[in-house]
Design a protein around this ligand. Sequence first.
Ligand code: ATP
Ligand code: MG
Length: 562
Amino acid sequence: MISKQYKAMSEERSLNFLEEIIEEDIRNAKHGGRVLTRFPPEPNGYLHIGHAKSICLNFTLAQKYGGQTNLRFDDTNPVTEETEYVESIKKDIEWLGFKWAQELYTSDYFDQLYDFALALIKKGLAYVDDSTAEEIAAGKGTPTEPGKASVYRERTVAENLQLFEEMKAGKYPDGAKVLRAKIDLNSPNMHLRDPLMYRIKHAHHHRTGDKWCIYPMYDFAHGQSDAIEKITHSICTLEFIPHRPLYDWFIEQLEIFPTKQYEFARLNINYAVMSKRKLLQLVNERYVNGWDDPRMFTISGLRRRGYTPASIRNFCDRIGVAKRENLIEMSLLEFCIREDLNKTAWRRMAVLDPVKLVITNYPDGQEELLHGENNPEVEGGEGARNIPFSKELWIEREDFMEEAPKKFFRLAPGLMVRLKHAYIIQCNDFVKDASGKVTEIHCTYIPASKSGSDTSGINVKGTIHWVSVPHAKTAEIRLYDRLFRVEDPSSEEGDFKDYINPDSLQVIQNAYIEPDLEAAEAGKGYQFIRKGYFTLDPDTTNQHLVFNRTVTLKDNWAKKAD
Ligand code: ATP
Ligand code: MG
């Protein structure tokens, strides 16, 4: 059902509202028909799938209209920003498959921004305020009550210039003074009630070092940076709508490049949290094993989990560009990765919960190599591997039942099944230990039923996977479930961390895998037949293979929810 619905979403669609705006601008030869967008992350965390949406949007819009996209690190907050984040952000964007025109930093514009501030002071449009943060907040009033002017609002231009220069020179401690724009204390838009432009912060900056002890606020830096770069379409998320009049005001007063801001709805996914602040808490408080934990919806987590760049780009394209907040189903993201891996993943066999099967009529010590195509979805199969077969095999415990119900097409005494790539077998009996646990299943095989040259004339309904006991390699396998128990943890009462799913990670220490998987490549997807799509985890060493399950073969959450 779901797949039909999503397929329909990917079919030819009309222009989204941003494409309509850009096409209109091109028709009117605005900016000479040029398109330049930017992706402006703050380097205070790793990127998540929401950022991927913004990246895909900015880069593909520019590509579509022959333009380019800048990568600009919005690094105006020295305290939370780190070079580690800068590196991870660049890696993630490249991995997604996009190339930025220029790598830029808001901090490169600190001199220019300072000059812009001086220009506004000289125009009588900015003043130094000595009030405390509380006094300023109180003086702003409320949306229904007008604000009250600070006693410092009427300082002269000369006084403001001198004080601002002293702020820059380090004469005052943190919080002693701020620079504010002089706009309108009665504006219904709170952002226009003399917003802060600069604050004092004696802190080391990851790029400018100790050169500055005053830092521009987001609202004074962002639009001006867009203008400096001559960005034609500055795309951001809906929460910036009320900031837009301020964005326009600074540009107008400074008489700089008239870039325009457009807003779209943030991507939110159910059973996940999407804000860097929350993701950082999960990392710091060790609810997960780092930013790239495969349960996280960070780009690095998804990569480690086995998501491909194409699947993420596809997902971002399918969800479209909305103007209203909504919650996208995680199952759509999973649909996109299944669709991709079904076409590209190599098929292998792995037994996650093993029980031994003995083929009593297969000669002791004999072994043969069976043929298994790597990828039956592709003409030619992308080659094949040899699968060793012998008298003793591991099969999944769940593929055997002592007493089977009617429609059980796997193994039970008397029942027949095909071993994938091998023979048809019939179950004769089984052995139990003292606790009643089945320890061995005894079968006979039909030599004429070999896959590829079957002359047995026998038809069986079920096929099961297996791994030869003497040839099997062991691996650790990590199975993941969603990280949260509720659809929207951020909107629940109390702390979002109270809603963490305690069973989101299941580790299988000793799974049996076919020997060819010893050569598994990092970053490649494998379908473990009947068990899902898997990929090698970077915790793998020469002695110890570790696989992550990317996704199950079918959407089994729909079932679980019943
Ligand atoms: P967060 O709240 O997760 O920390 P942010 O908006 O503070 O996100 P930035 O680094 O400032 O993160 O964002 C860089 C760009 O990515 C911005 O243009 C922002 O609007 C966009 N972005 C961030 N989160 C999302 C999201 N969930 N969906 C779409 N775009 C997003
Ligand atoms: Mg931010």
